[in-house]
Every structure is written in C-alpha cells, then in structure tokens.
Ligand binder design. Structure first.
Ligand code: 5GP
Length: 119
C-alpha cells in the first residue's frame, strides 16, 4: 500500500521544499538532502509507486519512458553524462529502501568505487 505521508509525497505536493533539478508532467528530480557524491540527485515518478517493482507492474508506457528519459536529462544538466555516473534504486528491506516512493539515485562527479560493499 502506498503511504501518502511519505516524505517524497510531501515534496511532490509542495509541502516541503526541495532543490529541483528537472521536472515534467510525469517526473520530478531533486538533489538528495544528504549527498553521498558531488552529484547525488533523486529522480521520482509523480505517480504513487512504492518501488521499482510496483512501477514495473503498474506504470503506463508514458510514465516509464518519462522516468528513463529524465535520468538522461539529469546527467546532462549535472554535467556528468561524459564523465560517467551510477544509477541505483533500492527496493524493499534487503536493499534498505528508506522512503516508500520509487526513487532512482543518480550519483556522479567523482570515481564511485565498487558497486557493492563486499561481505
Ligand atoms: P533510500 O535509502 O530509500 O534508497 O534513499 C532515500 C534517500 O532519500 C536518502 O539518500 C536520503 O538522504 C534522501 N532523503 C530523505 N529525506 C529527504 C528529504 O526530505 N529531502 C531530500 N531531498 N532527500 C531526502
């Protein structure tokens, strides 16, 4: 079930501020409040989707296209399309998803190291 009180729902409703990077009718992108790289931007659908799993099952083709294209636009706006970047979307408990509204992290601006911490 989607929680209308999650922090990104509040950002989408304009109830709390964000540093906007890009917006269109289906997508909002804004800088992460606690950046883990020189560029750390979150790309979210405006629709009420908990996770990538939920989005993959229920989103329209227009929403899926818009989210994908927005990642490319963010890379261009942030000046990391040529230097390289990493995208990541945590889903559920094992991935430690904190905010239950689908968000794609876009990291860049420095060498990003290994993909996962090794145990
Ligand atoms: P997750 O662990 O769910 O993949 O990532 C949640 C992300 O949301 C974290 O990187 C965290 O810093 C970010 N975040 C949490 N609350 C806020 C907020 O109020 N504003 C912004 N811009 N980012 C937030």
């Amino acid at each position: 079930m989607y929680d209308d009180d999650n922090i990104f729902a509040k950002i989408l409703r304009g109830e709390i501020p964000c540093k906007k990077v890009y917006e269109d009718s289906h997508v909002l992108a804004f800088d992460d409040i606690n950046p883990q790289a020189p560029v750390h931007t979150l790309v979210i659908p405006k629709g009420k989707y908990v996770s990538m799993q939920d989005f993959a099952e229920k989103a329209s083709e227009a929403e899926i296209t818009a989210l994908t294209r927005a990642v490319g636009k963010v890379a261009e706006i942030k000046g990391i399309k040529d230097s390289g970047f990493r995208i990541l979307a945590n889903a559920g408990g094992d991935a430690h998803q904190e905010v239950p509204h689908l968000h794609i992290h876009v990291f860049g601006g420095r060498p990003l190291g290994p993909m996962l911490v090794r145990k």
